[in-house]
Design a protein around this ligand. Sequence first.
Ligand code: KG4
Ligand code: ZN
Length: 411
Amino acid sequence: MTMFNTKVKCLHRLLQLKHTCWCPTSRAPCSRLVLGIETSCDDTGAAVMDETGKILGESLHSQKEVHLRTGGIIPTVAQQLHRENIERVVQEALERSGVDPSRLSAVATTVKPGLALSLGVGLEFSQKFVRRHNKSFIPIHHMEAHALTVRMLQPVAFPFLVLLVSGGHSLLAVARGVDDFLLLGHALDEAPGDILDKVARRLSLIKHPQCATLSGGQAIELLAKDGDRMRFPFKTPMGQTYDCCFSFAGLRNQISMTIMKNEAEEGIEQGTMLSCVNDIAASTQHTVASHLAKRTHRAILFCKANGLLPSNRPTLVLSGGVSSNQYIRKALTIITDTTGLSLLCPPAKFCTDNGVMIAWNGVERLREGKGILPPDVDVSYAPKARLGVDMTADVKAAAIRLPSVRMKIPR
Ligand code: KG4
Ligand code: ZN
C-alpha cells in the first residue's frame, strides 16, 4: 500500500512538473505564463507574458492601411483579414517567446465589446487552441484591458479614475479592482476617434502629402499644429447636460457644415484640399479636447463628493488610441492640475489595441483567480457590453456645475 501511495505521489509530481514552466537559465520553476489574443476591431494581436508582467514575445498585424484605402472599417473585410493572420500572429508570439503551448497556464482572449465578426475569429481560434492544448480560458472585456494596462508598467493601486478614448469607445469609470468598475459616463453616439477619422475622410486627408499613411486622429493632430484653433469656434457638446456622458455626432455635423461652406466659398469640389484645412483640424481637435476635459472634470468632482478616490493625490489614467494625442493630454493635464490629481498615460504603443494588454488582463485575473474557465466551456462573444456598474444616473442626478477653467492649452 505504501509502495502504491509513493507511486501515485511520484506520478502526480511528474504530472505537475509537465505543467510547470522552467526557466531556461536558472533551471528553476518560473511564473505562470499567459497567451493573450486580441481581435475585437482591426488589429490582430497576440502576446506571451509571465506572471510578473514581463512580455516574452508579441506580434501584431494592423489592418489600418487596408481600412484607410476603403474609407473605413468594413466588418467582413476585417473578419477576413483576422482569419488570414491569426494563426501566424499567435505562432509568431509563441516563437518569439520561446514558449511551447504546453507551458502556458491560460489563454486570455477579448470576447467583448467590439465588431461581432472580428470578435468571432479570435474566440473561435482560442477555443480550439485551449481544447487542443488543454488550457484554461480567460474571456476578456476589451475596455477592462485598456483600463488595467497602466498597472503592467507601474504600480498604480486601486481605486483610480480612468478615461478611455478610442475609435470605438469613450468612457469614464472608477477602477476599484480587477473586475470591479463604476461607470460614470459613456458615449451616447459616436466615439471621439470615430469622428476624427470621419472628419479626416471628409477632408480627404489621405491625399495630403503628410497624412497619407496616418490614421484620422494622427492626421488631425499633425495638421492642427499649424492651424488656428480659434478660426472656427465650434460649440463644445452637451454644455447644458450636467453629467459625464459624451456626444460627438452634433460636433461632426457642425464641422461638416463648416467644410461645405468653405468649399462653396473657395469654389472647390469635395475631395480637393481646402486652404483652411489646418484651421479646421485645430478647431476640431480643440473642441474634442475641451469636451473630454469638461466631462472628466465633472467625474473628478463627483468622485471627490462621494469619496470614490483616495484623498491623497488620486490618479487619472488616460488610455485608448485617442489618448496618444498630445494636445488632448495637455487639456487633461490642466484639469488634473486644477483638481490635484496625477495624470498617467501609458506610452502610445500600449494605448492602442494589442495582444499585450489582453495578456496582462489575463495575468491580473489569473493572480486573483477571477473568471478562469476550463477548456471545454462554451463562451459567446458580445459586441456590446457595458463596463462595470452603471452609475450614470447618479452622476446626472448630482448635476454638478463646473467652475470655469481657462482651457489655454499649449501647443
Ligand atoms: O484604441 P484604438 O487603437 O482602436 C480602437 O478604436 O479600439 O484606437 C484607434 C483610434 C482611431 O480612431 C484613431 O484615429 C485614433 O485612435 N488615434 C488618434 C491618434 N492616434 C490614433 N486620435 C487622436 N490623436 C492621435 N494622435
Ligand atoms: Zn481599443
